[in-house]
Design a protein. Structure first.
Length: 230
């Protein structure tokens, strides 16, 4: 669905001039077991990015999300820390196999593309507060080369909910080979979108690290950049 004309006109000058933001991924000496715990040795003191607004840049109160990232020679890790005022969870969750259309419930999402000359091709990864997951091979170009939900990245997830503090945590471990990055190194960059779906219609929250200008998250020309550093 497109944004209303008034919103679109308001956003166009900003979108045309904005430089892609950078999400820094900190190198780890070795791979780790997923914990979805920001206070673990693996995640403690790792800086992240904060997402507090929707796809149009409108603030979303009480639902701030933080994302952190680490990497090794084999895997990319992303941790989501999601404050919530309510949870919209799928009944009878399944964590042993992919849950198609998981985006209809509460999820945190990462869109990752490795080819700067083919931005229409990228991978989509989702994790729910209940530990459900889905991975997709996306192609927004005319050739439609993506495998969609049939694609299997081999990624892992871990999630947990703290209802006392009203925060849920989701962690991803994504093999670099599934991203088409055989030899990750300091300085490697990925085109990246970080998103979150929360709540129910008609007040469903579609949160985005970068303004997309549309309710759809699939606007790759508006993605930011994830950069591997030491």
């Amino acid at each position: 669905m497109n944004v209303p004309p008034l919103i679109a006109c308001t956003l166009l000058p900003f979108l045309a001039s904005a430089e892609p933001a950078v999400f820094q991924s900190k190198k780890a000496s070795e791979d780790a077991t997923l914990t979805a715990d920001p206070e673990s040795r693996f995640w403690r003191d790792v800086p992240g990015i904060s997402i507090t607004a929707d796809y149009a840049g409108t603030p979303v109160p009480n639902n701030r999300m933080e994302a952190r990232s680490r990497w090794t020679s084999e895997n990319l890790y992303i941790l989501f820390i999601c404050h919530f005022d309510e949870l919209t969870l799928k009944p009878n969750p399944t964590t042993t196999e992919e849950t198609n259309r998981l985006w209809e419930w509460d999820v945190a999402e990462a869109f990752l593309g490795s080819d700067p000359n083919d931005i229409a091709r990228y991978k989509e990864f989702e994790v729910s507060p209940q530990g459900e997951w889905v991975d997709l091979d996306i192609d927004r170009g005319p050739q439609k080369r993506g495998a969609g939900v049939a694609w299997d990245s081999g990624f892992e997830v871990k999630a947990r909910i703290d209802r006392t503090t009203k925060v849920w945590y989701g962690e991803m471990k994504i093999p670099f080979k599934s991203l088409g990055v055989p030899s990750p190194a300091i300085g490697t960059r990925l085109r990246t979108g970080i998103f979150r779906c929360a709540g129910r219609e008609p007040s469903r929250k579609l949160m985005s690290w970068q303004i997309t200008g549309a309710r759809s998250f699939h606007v790759p020309e508006r993605f930011g950049t994830l950069a591997l550093h030491d």
